[in-house]
Write a protein that binds this ligand. Structure first.
Ligand SMILES: Cc1cc2nc3c(=O)[nH]c(=O)nc-3n(C[C@H](O)[C@H](O)[C@H](O)COP(=O)(O)OP(=O)(O)OC[C@H]3O[C@@H](n4cnc5c(N)ncnc54)[C@H](O)[C@@H]3O)c2cc1C
Length: 657
């Protein structure tokens, strides 16, 4: 208690120093007064709300307290990854994960709430900005992000190989394409490719300005686009890109955590934290059941992987390190297309460049998605604004309650410095359907409004940080923040997020005090699981191919890939249809099954069987069924074509075959 009070005092002292040393005394003008007034009102409302809310009571009696080694708050991809990694590194530890919703992966991690890109910087323009002074394209961010994603690929491959994750169904191969449609864009893209191609991780990148080549890569980009006389277009393409279902990955990880002996508690919200003299944390967990009482958990280590809720949790913990931090909510919206004939024209992740003034996370992209065999295309994100920290629950008061005396000034200063962004967000929020369609038509010139539906994606809470020079700064990345004693760590921000979750998890574990005492053992284990751990993938010859080959074999194309699982499902279906178990399907067997389980008419079934029956024998063999099934189910068509090509082109290393 004393420590928490002390922490808060230190936090306030730090903030006072920031206020006096910064340009607080400079006249901010009318805009500042307006923004400041708005923020002060917000803080007042938020503070008032919390004053009126009954305070959670922490149990004092030991018999009412549940003891754990580590408490992970939040069942998103970050909480799940940290929990599994920790349980693997410290198998005897009691690791408990609590989630406020009735299932995990409901907020940003949900497959419908993000674009599912495996951010490896193969196509995202914001990682390679043009330095206006030198005219050079800067690639440091791209190289760093790529290294982090390779850690993800290696870790996920290892988890599948060890049987900790069931298979690679959560990840699919999807070439990553960068698309530009003006001369300046071409110039920038040429420079980008030229510079990156020298590195092993980017060596496979191709660049073209040729209409036909672009048409062969992504025919949707050329749909309705004149071959001659249109905008000057160009694309780069990297074949090793991926599409990831982070929702599925998160659920699989949480299942693994339970199998490894971890504890998962749903419908349970963390409402208060208080540090004890022995440095452990008492955490009030409000069970969303019929009792009004809180459960109390005592944890030696706490990880706040609560997405938009992490800021509030660290504030509740009262650690001085969080003083001055605020959060700026930015919602995302996607146009979704489910029409098979359109989806067939794009099996890639296609990224464009952001509009001037737009935040980096709003670069437009046309994403092929596959969500449980249902293929679709997302286009966006369009920015939206909802003054909330969660998409699936809560009220604006959750956000307002994060305002306090320490962050009002940084928030106001940030708002004033980012008028471009504010203008951009306001324009986006009020943008018409015509404007949204116009943005889409830069990519798909003949897009029709009736083929696209707008859906709300996840809620991002961007970090606002105190800054001694400018008062407050808006950050678009992620930040791992910890108490000085290494007992509580939280993750703020949202990008590149899920893609680099294993890298962030390692950072989180290293921040824990126990990380220092276990450093040697943990480093040994991590380097056995992750070949590129602590090494430079571009400096060591063969390292990139080693990691990528394993990912190809285990996650993307081999026996444990989603592609193979798709065929396993097809085989299972074959067995169910094959009533007399003679290894071939007759028209009668297929018709009987399909009329029982679908609304297909006899003529449709007849046509389907004729299409599948390639040797025209009248019966369908297992091989014909696999191929035919792949033709009928759109997702398998793509996986079949890409995986087939890979098997023809690339020699699978013998020892790993
Ligand atoms: C529009 C959009 C597009 C994106 N596209 C991509 C992409 O293509 N690729 C990519 O890698 N990333 C992408 N991201 C980012 C990615 O989705 C996030 O970085 C990632 O999902 C964050 O995971 P998380 O576990 O930190 O948070 P979340 O998934 O938000 O999980 C936090 C969990 O904590 C729970 N929680 C919160 N407070 C409490 C509490 N007090 N008690 C108990 N539980 C609590 C919440 O209910 C939630 O389940 C995108 C994000 C958005 C919004």
């Amino acid at each position: 208690m004393l420590r928490a009070t002390l922490s808060r005092s230190i936090g306030r002292a730090i903030l006072r120093r920031q206020l006096s040393s910064s340009n607080a005394s400079r006249p901010l003008g009318r805009a500042a007064k307006f923004v400041g007034g708005g923020i002060a009102l917000g803080a007042g409302l938020g503070g008032g709300y919390y004053m009126l809310t009954p305070k959670p009571v922490l149990a004092k009696d030991d018999s009412e307290i549940e003891d754990v080694d580590a408490l992970i708050i939040g069942g998103g991809i970050m909480g799940a990854t940290v929990a599994v990694m920790l349980k693997l590194l410290q198998p005897k530890w009691k690791v408990k994960l609590v989630e406020q919703h009735d299932r995990v992966a409901q907020e940003s991690t949900n497959e419908w709430h993000n674009a599912g890109t495996g951010h490896a910087a193969l196509c995202e323009p914001n990682y390679t900005p043009l330095n206006k002074k030198t005219g050079e394209v800067e690639i440091d961010k791209a190289v760093a992000t790529n290294q982090k994603f390779m850690i993800s690929l290696a870790f996920w491959s290892w988890l599948v190989e060890m049987g900790i994750l069931p298979d690679g169904t959560f990840i699919q191969p999807a070439p990553h394409i960068l698309f530009v449609h003006d001369e300046a864009g071409r110039d920038w893209l040429r420079k980008r490719v030229e510079k990156l191609k020298k590195l092993p991780a980017f060596a496979a990148t191709e660049y073209t300005e040729d209409y036909d080549k672009i048409n062969s890569w992504v025919s949707l980009l050329c749909s309705g686009r004149p071959r001659d006389g249109g905008d000057p277009i160009a694309c780069s393409r990297h074949p090793d890109g991926t599409e990831v279902n982070y929702g599925l990955l998160c659920r699989n990880l949480v299942q693994s955590l339970i199998e490894l002996g971890g504890d998962v508690q749903l419908l349970s919200t963390v409402t208060a934290l208080q540090q004890q003299p022995d440095k452990s944390w008492l955490v009030a967990v409000q069970k969303n059941d019929l009792t009004p009482t809180n459960q109390t958990v005592r944890a030696r280590f706490v990880f706040a992987g609560a997405g938009g809720g992490s800021l509030r949790i660290l504030q509740m913990a009262g650690i001085p390190e969080i003083a001055g931090y605020g959060g700026m909510p930015v919602s995302g919206k996607f146009l979704v297309c489910q029409k098979p004939e359109i989806i067939e024209k794009n099996r890639n992740k296609v990224y464009g460049r952001a509009a001037i003034g737009a935040p980096p996370m709003s670069v437009p992209h046309l994403d092929w998605r596959t969500i449980y065999g249902k293929d679709c295309i997302f286009f966006g994100p369009f920015a939206g604004f909802s003054p909330a920290v969660f998409k699936m629950s809560g009220t604006p008061l959750d956000w307002l309650s994060t305002f306090n005396f320490s962050n009002i000034f940084p928030m106001a200063a940030m708002a004033l410095q980012n008028m471009d962004l504010v203008k951009y967000l306001v324009t986006e929020v009020f943008s018409t359907k015509e404007a949204q369609l116009a943005a889409l038509r830069k990519f798909v010139p003949d897009a029709k409004p009736e083929d696209w539906t707008m859906v709300w994606a996840g809620q991002r809470i961007q970090i606002v940080k105190p800054d001694s020079k400018v008062g407050g700064k808006l950050e678009f990345g992620t930040e791992v923040l910890s108490s000085s004693d290494g007992t509580i760590v939280g993750l703020l921000g949202a990008s590149p997020g899920a893609s680099v979750s294993p890298h962030i998890a390692i950072e989180v574990l290293n921040k824990f005090d126990c990380g220092a005492s276990n450093a040697f053992n943990w480093h040994v284990a991590l380097s056995q699981w992750i070949p590129s751990y602590g090494r430079d993938i571009n400096a060591e010859p063969g390292l990139y191919e080693q990691v990528m080959d394993k990912a190809r074999k285990v996650l993307l194309h081999g026996k444990t890939s989603g592609y193979r699982s798709g065929f396993a499902t097809a085989n299972h279906l074959f067995d169910r249809m094959d009533a007399d178990k003679d290894g071939v399907l007759t028209l009668d067997e297929i018709a009987r099954y399909l009329t029982r389980h679908t609304s297909m008419q006899k003529e449709q079934i007849q046509t389907l069987v004729e299409a599948i029956d390639q040797d025209k024998s009248g019966d369908i063999s297992r091989e014909e069924f696999d191929k035919g099934f792949a033709k009928v189910v759109a997702g398998l068509v793509r996986r079949g074509s890409i995986a087939g090509k890979w098997e023809d082109d690339v020699q699978v290393p013998q020892k790993s075959a």
